[in-house]
Design a protein around this ligand. Structure first.
Ligand SMILES: [Cu+2]
Length: 639
């Protein structure tokens, strides 16, 4: 990649605050985008790979915007050049609902908390302090949305009440009360109220986590400091990050949050590509509980809300320890006004225990400490938080870990009527079972674009012949030729993994340099395929999908999952059954958490974690970390 002067943005740099303002102003002026409109998204229109490769300096910087008129609900797509402000594309998008916006969430909460019907329904339950009440609007799927509101931008809401002014907003679910709202008119359409028929009232729960509100003193822990007296060993030039032999570019957008571009490894002076782009393209959270409070609850946290919009600021010493470099992120509100999230992305090094070691009687112990470079961001989606960590290691490994924490959705049940689809976590209160499926979009380019993905399986050879003791274990490698082959499922019995190999370069041993996608955190959807939740999210039906690179194919459950009926992303693209062999491929890896809720996850959940790895597999001819030096002061002092 060419380096650019600092004054000029790199073609992959996210939009600046000024650029966002400029795009909104250009659309207001040229297309009559008045105050009755909202901007769902203003993001960089990333240049496609061939453009970037051909002439990065000749690329016309362009923004992609989705906006809609709340008066008639009509959504539009625009492409706007920067800094020129020329609108090169303006397209009506009939029949789709753009993503939900943070503004709508807040405005809806304000409206509902002032609404006489909501106030009256709460008063009937003895809840009269509206300052303690929180409403939390969720997006619908088409199949569970009332037909009479077809075509409207509707949402449904939970109602919660705090135990005190500073109490956990998600501690007390007002079970049985759900406003249905028209978000364009910002009005209450109806209030579902099943009442409190058995008169049990809100259960007595301990749902607090602030130190001053929990019923016990804080325990003692001694200080633990991380010190890097000489500073960190990475450099950042604009958004180009270099650390050890790694080099990559840090991107960010409204929908995916953190994006890693042009990940490569410097190997013996050669820059070897590994990934063109890695990000999370969708996150789907179906709640697996059919009660009236939960049957609509299938969140598309990326397509409906946006990880970038939901990113929160990080704090040194709390979220990350050591020598930290932060990057801010710029998103925007629904009026098209920019909002800066300070300290949105954290870059730092971590000690990671032993990298390699051997103890020899003559030479003593030879040991290397491992360290890793961590690039992370944290997202708060209403009650839940996702903490995303991309980790780069000295031995060529890449690890992607997600931690889930925050507050589980709960509701109450009448005495003796515990639903079977969740776990009791406090008095007459349960947390429904649910699943968090994350779809990582991995545009890998192992030593260039021409790659083939193979399924690699371990096989036991039956005893007999040359294998008299039945010991032999062999591996079987099956190249995936078409998109239907590319739909892969994890199989524990054969330890299936996926090798992404260059079809053009050769390693020092005569083999094809490759990286292996080592599956982790994967589980089957375990859902009836006729379920509307599955129909909207068929991507969760497989662990891995492989497609040929196509710049327009970005969103695995469709560009507009808000109020969607079917998944028109991966299932539709791959129905063409294109060839995926010896070409530029994209892997879509589905992983996450099968969240069988526990009492220990309440009232705030200790971070649960899930991850997968990309490991070099013949990419290097030997252990690439032989040249890592011993820890400071140990050289020549072993024994
Ligand atoms: Cu969960």
């Amino acid at each position: 990649m060419t380096d650019f002067p600092v004054s000029r943005p790199h073609p992959l740099d996210p939009l600046t605050a000024d650029e966002i303002r400029h795009v909104a102003a250009a659309l207001r002026e040229a297309k009559g985008v008045t105050n009755s409109w909202r901007f769902a998204s203003i993001d960089l229109a990333e240049p496609a790979k061939p453009e970037l490769a051909a002439s990065p300096s000749g690329i016309v910087r362009t923004a992609h915007a989705i906006c809609w008129n709340t008066a008639d609900g009509q959504a539009h797509r625009a492409l706007v050049t920067l800094p020129g402000g020329e609108i090169t594309h303006w397209q009506e998008l009939p029949g789709v609902q753009p993503n939900m916006t943070v503004d709508e969430w807040h405005e809806c909460d304000e409206m509902l908390r002032r609404h006489p019907a909501v106030i009256s329904a709460l008063a009937g339950r003895g809840i009269t302090n509206m300052d303690l009440v929180l409403t939390d609007v969720w997006a619908y799927g088409a199949a569970v949305a009332p037909r009479r509101y077809s075509g409207r931008r509707i949402g449904w809401s939970d109602v919660w009440t705090r135990g005190s002014a500073e109490g956990n907003p998600y501690a007390h679910h007002v079970t049985g009360l759900h406003p249905v709202v028209d978000l364009n008119r910002m009005e209450l359409l109806e209030l579902e109220d099943r009442g409190d028929a058995d008169g049990a009232g809100l259960p007595e729960v301990m749902g607090e986590y602030l130190p001053r509100l929990i019923p016990m003193p804080l325990r003692q822990v001694a200080p633990l400091e991380v010190s890097q007296p000489d500073g960190a060993s990475f450099t950042l030039d604009g958004r180009l990050l270099r650390w050890q032999n790694w080099q990559l570019r840090i991107g960010f957008n409204n929908r995916e949050g953190l994006v890693l571009h042009t990940v490569s490894c410097i190997d013996g002076g050669r820059t070897r590509p590994i990934a063109h782009r890695m990000s999370f393209a969708e996150m789907i959270v179906p709640y697996r509980d059919v009660t009236p409070d939960h049957y609509r609850r299938t969140a598309f946290d990326i397509g409906e809300w946006g990880l970038g919009f939901m990113t929160t600021s990080l704090e040194r010493g709390c979220d990350c320890l050591g020598e930290i470099h932060y990057l801010d992120a710029v998103v925007h509100n629904s009026r098209g006004e920019p909002r800066t999230i300070s300290n949105a992305v954290c870059i730092h090094e971590e000690d990671d225990g032993v990298l390699w070691k051997h103890v020899d009687e003559r030479t003593g112990a030879e040991v290397r400490r491992a360290r890793r470079l961590v690039i992370s961001f944290h997202v708060t989606v209403a009650n839940y938080e996702y903490l995303v960590y991309w980790r780069f290691y000295q031995d060529g490994n890449i690890e992607c870990e997600v931690r889930a924490t925050g507050i589980m959705v709960t509701s109450s049940f009448p005495p003796g009527r515990q639903p079977p689809t969740g776990t009791v976590i406090d008095q007459r209160t349960y947390a429904p079972y649910h699943q968090h499926f994350i779809v990582a979009r991995l545009d890998l380019d192992i030593d260039g674009e021409a790659n083939t993905v193979s399924a690699v399986e371990s096989r036991a050879v039956p005893a007999g012949g040359a294998n008299p003791y039945g010991l032999a274990l062999v591996t079987q490698q099956t190249p995936l030729e078409t998109e239907s082959d590319g739909r892969q499922d994890y199989d524990w019995h054969v330890q299936r993994g996926w090798l992404v190999a260059s079809t053009q370069s050769v390693n020092s041993l005569g083999g094809r340099p490759a990286y292996k996608l080592v599956p982790g955190g994967t589980f089957p959807p375990m859902i009836d395929e006729s379920s509307p939740a599955f129909q909207r999210a068929q991507v969760i039906g497989h662990t891995l999908w492989v497609t040929p690179y196509e710049p327009g194919e970005r969103w695995p459950s469709g560009e507009f999952p808000n109020l969607s009926a079917v998944d028109n992303g991966l299932p539709a693209w791959t129905a063409r059954n294109r060839t995926i062999q010896d070409t530029d491929i994209v892997l879509w890896y589905v992983f996450g958490l099968h969240h069988l809720t526990r009492p220990e996850d309440w009232p705030v959940m200790p971070a649960d974690r899930t991850s997968f790895w990309l490991k070099p597999w013949g990419f290097f001819g030997r252990n690439p970390a032989l040249d890592v030096p011993p820890a400071h002061g140990e050289l020549g002092q072993r024994g």
